[in-house]
Design a protein around this ligand. Structure first.
Ligand SMILES: [Zn+2]
Ligand SMILES: [Zn+2]
Length: 463
């Protein structure tokens, strides 16, 4: 099961902070156990690793991760050359503690290759328009993937994140918090809980929430400095979300070096504990659990597409049936994108592949796009080879094992709903018709119920 690790529980400057001589800094200099690193999380599933924010302490954080066998032995990290240090990155905003560690990803250091980096539009623009970050993109060390707050994205199948816009001073970019699989919430930076109307309801739905705890109370910095860097005070947070504690884990993180919670013997800890909260620490971990299926999947009102769920067996016996039936129902003549769920496939032969590519060619000619979701590795490999050489695949994209797809035309993918014999769902602007595959043809079926969607990884993706 995937786990979330706290790589850094300090505010952007870490503890000790550069140049600072607060008692906490002095103590931390003398005792490594008291040190806290820049704000960051990692998601490790034994196979892949996602980095959430890249703090200036990334080097030390990566060293610590190497002591986690699920990370060190996972995926291709055991390879000899150019291991993918992380399989994907998500950035919350452009304050130094959250992205400046990217300096180590370029040609002077790790020289990573095309790590998908999920960012909002403004963050993408910031990285593209400013040196030295633009070089990471020009040299393909990172591959920016723009995300839309509120819309889930999948770094890989079974890991679903949603960025949530939060109010936070935005000199360069907007700021997002992150929901992971609908279970773990991460909001390291926010000006004020009251300025985020969805705060309470969002925390309520998550099993674990890691929350901005930069300052404990008003008297930590001079009054003017406190105004310049607005953050909720821990004393307020304990009251504001007090009634939510106990039933779920509320974990305080992003501690400024002045925060009394940096001193393990300070009474502030008793106050936090009594209120049912916890204080984050380095390498603290949480089980992530599978994606929580949303109570209701919202289909965009103007959504039109033909969604084909391929049967478990797609071979010479089943494919012609699908094809003939599709023709009889006029599926061929429907001018819309095609989304193909391939995750059920257990058997696929070359004639089925040929049929699939005929379909891609036909749809491509009409300017529409084909997306294949969760193709099993063999199919994916075949398509990748084919894709690389063929102009045919211009209008075709793939949701690969990491959940990436390059579609610019389709921004909603109805989730997979099992149908062992296969199914066709036709969406036309708010209307939905479904057909099942009978022994020799397509037969009208009750409209697919998206509440039965399965968002966990396909069988073949599990270890
Ligand atoms: Zn921060
Ligand atoms: Zn910030």
């Amino acid at each position: 099961m995937a786990k979330v690790y706290v790589l850094g529980s300090a505010q952007d400057g870490g503890l000790p902070q550069f140049g600072a001589r607060h008692a906490h800094d002095v103590a931390a200099r003398g005792n490594p156990a008291l040190q806290r690193l820049g704000p960051s999380l990692a998601v490790i599933d034994g196979e892949r690793a996602l980095l959430i924010d890249v703090s200036p302490d990334i080097k030390a954080q990566h060293e610590r991760l190497l002591a986690v066998p699920e990370y060190a032995n996972g995926g291709a990290r055991t390879g000899m050359s150019a291991p993918p240090i992380f399989d994907a990155i998500v950035l919350t905003h452009a304050h130094i503690g959250h992205y400046a560690g990217l300096i180590h990803f370029g040609r002077e250091a790790a020289s990573t290759k095309e790590i998908p980096c999920f960012v909002t539009k403004s963050m993408a623009k910031f990285l593209r328009d400013n040196g030295p970050w633009d070089q990471l993109i020009k040299l393909n060390n990172l591959k920016l993937v723009e995300i839309t707050p509120g819309k889930p994205f999948l770094p890989w199948p079974g890991l679903e994140l949603t960025a949530l816009t939060v109010p936070h001073r935005g000199e360069y970019t907007d700021t997002v918090g992150l929901s992971l699989n609908g279970r773990v919430l991460y909001v390291p930076d926010i000006d004020d809980w009251k300025q985020w109307p969805q705060a309470r309801e969002t925390i309520e739905r998550h099993e674990v929430s890691l929350l901005d705890a930069t300052f404990f109370s008003d008297d930590e910095l001079g009054p003017r400095a406190m105004k310049e860097v607005p953050h909720p005070r821990v004393t307020e947070t304990l009251k504001y979300f007090g009634e939510l504690a106990g039933k779920r884990r509320l974990v305080l993180t992003h501690l400024n070096h002045t925060n009394p919670l940096c001193d393990p013997r300070h009474d502030a800890h008793k106050q936090v504990e009594k209120a049912g909260f916890e204080v984050a620490s380095e390498m603290m971990s949480f089980d992530l659990g599978p994606v929580r299926v949303p109570a209701k999947v919202e289909v965009p009102r103007d959504f039109s597409a033909v969604v084909v769920t391929l049967p478990a067996r797609a071979d010479a016996a089943t494919l012609p049936v699908m094809r003939a039936a599709a023709e009889r129902f006029g599926v061929r003549d429907i001018h819309a994108h095609r989304i193909i769920h391939a995750r059920q496939i257990e058997q696929l032969d070359s004639s089925s592949l040929a049929t699939l590519f005929d379909l891609i060619e036909e749809v491509g000619k009409s300017g529409h796009e084909v997306i294949i979701c969760d193709p099993p590795p063999a199919l994916q490999k075949y398509i990748e080879v084919y894709h690389a050489q063929s102009a045919l695949c211009k209008n075709f994209s793939l949701v690969d094992a990491r959940g990436r797809h390059e579609s610019k035309l389709i921004d909603f993918i109805p989730p997979f709903v099992p149908a062992p014999k296969g199914r066709v769902d036709i969406y036309t602007r708010g209307e939905l018709k479904s057909f099942g595959f009978g022994p020799s043809e397509l037969t009208p079926a009750p409209a697919v119920n998206l509440a039965e969607a399965v968002l966990s990884p396909p069988k073949w993706a599990k270890k």
